[in-house]
Write a protein that binds this ligand. Structure first.
Ligand code: B3K
Ligand code: ZN
Length: 875
């Protein structure tokens, strides 16, 4: 596949204002007729050929203004329909195609899932349904008529409002849907089948009543209650926080069990992976509930950020994704604990996005070239994209940010726009020059921000010196300095932020230092005592802060910083220092060191009942093995990392045994299960305590964990106990796994958890266990959730076994990628990106990882998706 470049963008040569689709459903021979009102765009020469995108299509007939075209007037291949010389004025093009939903294993376009029909069109799936100008800057009004056998598909859904329905001969029926809002083809959706429904209503701020419907596999309706509740809260929140109201009379969600990603924001008809809808206490964890709330909100918020205002081209993907992630993060923060949400989001950012940014797949938040757009739905576009919006808000302040958003909605409603358009709305609304800020969208890589501080006690002056740099990334050897907003406090000896009389050398507004130069000095005068600078509070910029603080400073911040995020960060930094040291020791075959001050700091957090339990649960968790590996950065020995981390966990569990025992007993929840944040926080802390007790070892801890498993009245506790038993290789692990399997056999989403726990177990036997489980009756290579739970978790959630020294982990995943590539290239390519940090491994493993990648690269044929990832990984 050849590369597409942002610089080559040209407006479409033709416009399609309306499209009427008639879809006659059949499992293997679905007939699609598309009638399109087309006109030449200004600037296009008369009679210029009209080229419509297709993908594996079989053309049946083509008409212009109702007249069948002669063979020499067009040219058709499965992926392109060219009308050689279309009429000069507006005309109607009618195209008939034949498609096979059952054979559609890539789950793009129109496909079958559990006997139902559904669609996925983003990014380029609509062209697998009919020939079209399948690009986001062509906005059309869609009318969709669906016809199907009534028995097979009693429910017929598409975007917009239902305008007609009725019976047809031969046991068939039809429904007609009209979506009045012009939209790009990637937002088209159609669903048909046998589905149960849960209904509710929402009245908007202007008093319009909206019907809400969630469709699921019949029998699963009771598991939709939380999703419905989250939807109503999302709708109310968007009105309050952004002034955005829903715009159709009906909002529908359909849950399907075969889906390539999390969910899809099709106008008025969201389609969801069922794991982000279905929940009850017995089958869903607290994390599942939180994810459901976030994804429901995310897709709903797209109605304004993505649908009403969409992207001009796919390079602008972050325009809708980064912004919408920011919006869903804010929503969850308001519904739950802001500090805890921020810590969880930053953990995710660092483990996924920082890792991506540090390897061969690094790309700017707005890429300027791609070979396969599906490979750019990344942590960089989504999570770093959200960080850029958060920084924009920090730079402009809440009022400026809201004014900019309002200007953006006002100015661009109904349009397909760019990141420049977005930033211009903020620049204009607030009179701010955002040209340097734009670099955040254009430059890849995680900037490093080094800080040194000097205190002049006699002169009462504190000087902070910042130096920013950004490592080279593919295609970008040299970077320009960026605008880094550093939220800060100068923490005095009593834990309160010190005041200062004046500041010189940089712009400081409120609690934010604006670092804009490569080297930037800031002097605070009138500082009465030696402070510990608390920098980058709330993680105010996606950078790697290097510096300045001693272990004593960090311990002090861990206990006293007024910013809960930085308290957490300080503990993480202390732990990271210890763990990298311990890893070096383990690699050299020496005993791993511990540190009493660190254990004391952990004890202080664990025992501080004044702190939110959810916060304590997060603060007590050590950095993950992959995070430690990234911090080490080169010649990583994953076994040494695991040894170091396991030893420190055992040391913590031993040293704080009494505290954890008391926590475990004291946090026992009476009352029925509730998924709210406070109750979830208590469960999280209790399960962390239990896990540390088990890490310290001993029969009592094991018995307690086994009892915890058996006594659990909810999935959070049950899964936590089973995971702890498995990872500790406890004798009761086998019993728990068997019990779990029998209890939940027949519930695929729960069996996914059972697969995942086994795939993540850090033992030499795991690889053969995973291979064996691919033969388990509940496993299926064609279901993305199953593949992700077993193979995906092994590749991304089991650092020691994926990175086995003998290379068998790499070989297994490479083979799985090749196997999947034949049926579902998107899932295959995503799995292959597990290799993204291979160059940071120690030489022997590096060689084996490279060999596995080369084996993939040498295979033919390869999908464009896998080809793209493998070639960039080896570059
Ligand atoms: N916009 C979709 C993602 C589509 C992925 C296409 N490969 C879900 C979301 O971000 O809300
Ligand atoms: Zn999205």
């Amino acid at each position: 596949a050849s590369a597409v470049r942002l610089a080559d963008y040209r407006p479409p040569e033709y416009r399609i204002d309306t499209i009427t689709l008639t879809i006659a459903l059949d499992p293997t021979e679905t007939r699609v007729s598309a009638e399109m009102a087309i006109r030449r765009n200004s600037g296009t020469p008369r009679n210029a050929p009209l080229r419509l995108d297709g993908d594996e299509l079989s053309l049946q007939s083509v008409k212009v203004d109702g007249k069948r075209l002669s063979e020499d007037a067009y040219h058709a291949t499965p992926d392109l329909l060219t009308i050689t010389a279309p009429p000069d004025g507006a005309f109607t093009l009618t195209v008939e195609t034949l498609i096979d939903p059952t054979a559609n294993t890539q789950l793009m376009g129109l496909y079958r899932s559990s006997g139902n029909y559904c669609t996925q069109c983003e990014a380029e799936g609509f062209r697998r349904i009919t020939y079209f100008l399948d690009r986001p800057d062509v906005l059309a009004v869609y009318t969709t008529r669906i016809e199907a056998k009534k028995d097979d598909a009693p429910i017929l859904l598409a975007n917009g409002n239902l305008t007609d329905s009725g019976d047809l001969p031969d046991g068939r029926h039809y429904a007609v849907w009209n979506d009045p809002f012009p939209k790009p083809s990637y937002l088209f959706a159609m669903v048909a089948g046998s589905l149960g429904v849960v209904e509710d209503t929402f009245t908007t701020q202007s008093g319009r009543k909206v019907d809400l419907k969630i469709y699921v596999e019949p029998g699963k309706e009771p598991r939709c209650a939380y999703a419905m509740d989250a939807l109503k809260r999302s709708m109310a929140w968007d009105e309050e926080a952004f002034g955005r109201e829903y715009d159709l009379d009906i909002f529908m969600i359909v849950a399907v069990s075969d889906f390539n990603m999390g969910a899809m924001e099709n106008k008025g008809l969201n389609v969801f992976n069922d794991r982000y809808i279905l929940a009850d206490p017995q089958t869903a964890t607290d994390q599942d509930y939180a994810n459901i709330e976030a994804v429901i909100a995310h897709e709903y918020f797209h109605n304004w950020t993505g649908n009403r205002i969409t992207c001009r081209d796919w390079f602008q993907l972050c325009l809708k994704e980064g912004l919408t992630v920011f919006r869903d993060q804010e929503f969850s923060s308001d519904q739950r604990s802001r500090a805890v949400k921020r810590i969880s989001d930053v953990r995710l950012l660092k483990s996924h996005q920082f890792a991506e940014d540090a390897g061969p797949l690094a790309h700017p938040v707005r890429p300027n070239t791609y070979k396969e757009i599906n490979n750019f739905y990344t942590a960089t576009v989504y999570e770093k994209g959200a960080e850029l919006i958060r920084m924009l808000k920090t730079v402009l302040g809440p009022e400026g940010f809201r004014a900019g958003m309002d200007r953006y909605f006002e100015r661009h409603d109904g349009q397909a726009v760019t990141v420049e358009d977005f930033l211009a709305a903020f620049a204009d609304a607030t009179g701010t020059d955002l040209s340097q800020f734009m670099l955040w969208y254009e430059q890849a890589g995680t900037p490093a921000l080094a800080v040194t501080s000097a205190f002049d006690a006699a002169g009462e002056k504190l000087t902070l010196t910042f130096e920013q740099s950004c490592p080279p990334t593919p295609g970008q050897p040299v970077k320009k300095p960026m605008h880094i907003p550093v939220r800060f406090g100068l923490v005095g000896p009593d834990g309160q932020d010190l005041s200062y009389a004046a500041v010189s050398g940089a712009t400081v507004s409120g609690d934010t230092i604006h670092v804009v130069d490569e080297r930037h000095k800031v002097t605070f005068s009138g500082v009465k005592a030696l402070p510990v600078p608390s920098l980058l509070r709330g993680f105010s910029a996606p950078v790697k802060l290097v510096g300045g603080l001693t272990a004593a400073d960090l311990t002090f911040l861990a206990g006293h910083d007024g910013d809960p995020f930085n308290r957490w960060q300080a503990i993480q930094n202390l732990a990271m220092g210890l763990l990298t040291e311990a890893t070096a020791a383990a690699h050299a075959g020496k005993p791993t060191p511990t540190d009493d001050a660190f254990l004391e700091a952990m004890g202080a957090i664990a025992g501080d009942d004044g702190l939110d339990p959810a916060f304590r649960a997060l603060a007590l968790q050590l950095p993950g093995e992959t995070d430690i590996a990234r911090d080490i950065g080169e010649d990583v020995d994953p076994d040494a990392v695991a040894t170091a981390r396991t030893a420190l966990r055992a040391a913590i569990g031993t040293a704080l045994g009494d505290t954890f025992g008391a926590l475990y007993d004291g946090l026992a929840d009476s009352g029925p299960y509730s998924p709210d944040a406070a109750a979830a926080g208590r469960r999280a802390l209790r399960n962390v305590a239990l896990d540390y007790l088990l890490a310290a070892g001993g029969a009592a801890a094991e018995a307690r964990t086994r009892d915890h498993y058996l006594a659990a009245d909810n999935m959070t506790d049950r899964l936590a106990a089973m995971t702890s038993l498995v990872n500790a290789s406890a004798p009761a692990a086998a019993e728990a796994l068997a019990d779990f399997h029998d209890r939940f056999a027949g519930d695929p989403l729960v069996i996914d958890k059972w697969f995942a726990v086994q795939a993540a177990a850090p033992f030499a036997e795991t690889l053969s266990k995973v291979e064996e489980l691919t033969g388990h009756p509940a496993f299926s290579w064609s279901n993305p959730n199953r593949v992700r739970s077993l193979i995906g978790v092994f590749a991304t959630g089991n650092p020691t076994q994926f990175n086995r020294a003998d290379g068998a982990g790499f070989e297994f995943v490479a083979e799985a990628v090749l196997r999947l590539d034949r049926s579902n290239p998107q899932v295959a390519a995503r799995l292959l990106s597990a290799f993204r940090s291979w160059r940071a491994l120690e030489p022997e493993r590096r060689e084996r990882a490279e060999a596995a990648l080369r084996q993939v690269a040498a295979t033919t044929p390869l999908s464009a998706d896998v080809q793209d990832i493998v070639s960039r990984s080896l570059d």
